[in-house]
Write a protein that binds this ligand. Structure first.
Ligand code: TA6
Length: 303
């Protein structure tokens, strides 16, 4: 990917720069009146978002993350598409689909009158893809960086047959101390527990993470909140059009097994992943599209 070409076509001084990241991965660096952010074209992945009012990033990015072809970047907001989790057909294709492991095209950059920056990334059917996925499609990711961070992922069926996807924003949220975190908005929801062979359980209280957690929640609210007493802040996740979400924290033993995570990294993040997951399969007819829309904001603890 030619960074000079990207600079010529898409940089908007001084708010939007194109820079070379680790191993020459092209990054879009945003610094506008509201916030700073970093987006990798590899994976179409937001790696950092920090409103100027905040001391700490919204997102966790592993310092041991690999920046290598065929590997996912560990942290930020990986895009899981067109399937979430293991290959639904059992053909040994990558976990969480293939778009987090390939380059996206930078389609447009803009700023609006309120000072927000919008970055549009495109993953085209004609770009590299798994040879078993034969559905004609376009996939568009719009990232809007303002006081809040908004991501919309639009799947367009450009073929003549319907197809189905599962998908998620696999967001790694930075927390001050996992022991001082409460996840609100899941009380009363049922969940499938991946650590108990998919057993169905019910969430009776706000979720406190005290061990490894890997759950798919159903019928979730449109608003989820991570209350972080250590950083004295709340992360608010607005998901207007989905009703499944995953919560994942690997805890110590699983972190130790992961080469791209420090052993104690589990203390510093929790994944709360909004999407259409497992049974929440989205069917898209020919010439139709579907948009997953999520907005993240950071609020003080006291409000
Ligand atoms: O979203 C939770 C999960 O599917 C877990 O089961 C866990 O394995 C995690 O994602 C990380 O997956 P990855 O393929 O990125 O190593």
């Amino acid at each position: 990917m030619n960074i000079e070409h990207l600079k010529d076509h898409f940089a908007i001084a001084p708010q939007v720069e194109i820079i070379s990241g680790p191993n020459g991965f092209p990054f879009i660096k945003i610094n506008n009146q509201h916030a700073s952010a970093l987006i990798s074209l590899y994976g179409g992945q937001v790696l950092s978002f920090k409103p100027h009012t905040e001391q700490e990033d919204l997102l966790f990015l592993s310092p041991l993350s690999l920046y290598a072809d065929g590997k996912a970047i560990r942290g930020g907001i990986p895009v899981c598409w067109p399937w979430f989790g293991p290959d639904p057909k059992g053909l040994n294709r990558p976990n969480h689909g293939f778009v987090r492991n390939h380059y996206w095209q930078l389609a447009a950059t803009s700023t609006d009158s309120t000072g927000q920056s919008k970055i549009s990334l495109l993953f085209k059917e004609t770009l590299k893809q798994e040879n078993t996925w034969r559905q004609p499609f376009n996939l568009l990711l719009d990232v809007t960086v303002g006081k809040t961070l908004r991501l919309t992922l639009t799947t367009c069926n450009t073929g003549d047959k319907p197809f189905s996807v599962t998908q998620a924003f696999h967001s790694y949220f930075r927390v001050g101390d996992i022991n001082a975190v409460k996840i609100m908005g899941l009380k009363g929801c049922d969940y499938y527990d991946k650590l108990q062979q998919g057993m169905l359980n019910s969430q009776t209280e706000d979720l406190v993470v005290i061990e490894e957690v890997d759950r798919i929640y159903t019928h979730v609210n449109n608003d989820l909140t991570i209350l972080d007493k250590a950083l004295q802040r709340r992360i608010h996740i607005r998901v207007p059009n989905t009703n499944t979400a995953v919560v994942w924290n690997p805890w110590l033993t699983t972190s130790q097994k992961m080469a791209d995570l420090e052993d104690d990294a589990y203390r510093r993040f929790v994944c709360v992943e909004a999407g259409n997951i497992a049974f929440d399969l989205i069917q898209i007819p020919p010439n139709n599209s579907y948009t997953l829309d999520v907005e993240y904001s950071i609020l003080p603890c006291s409000l």
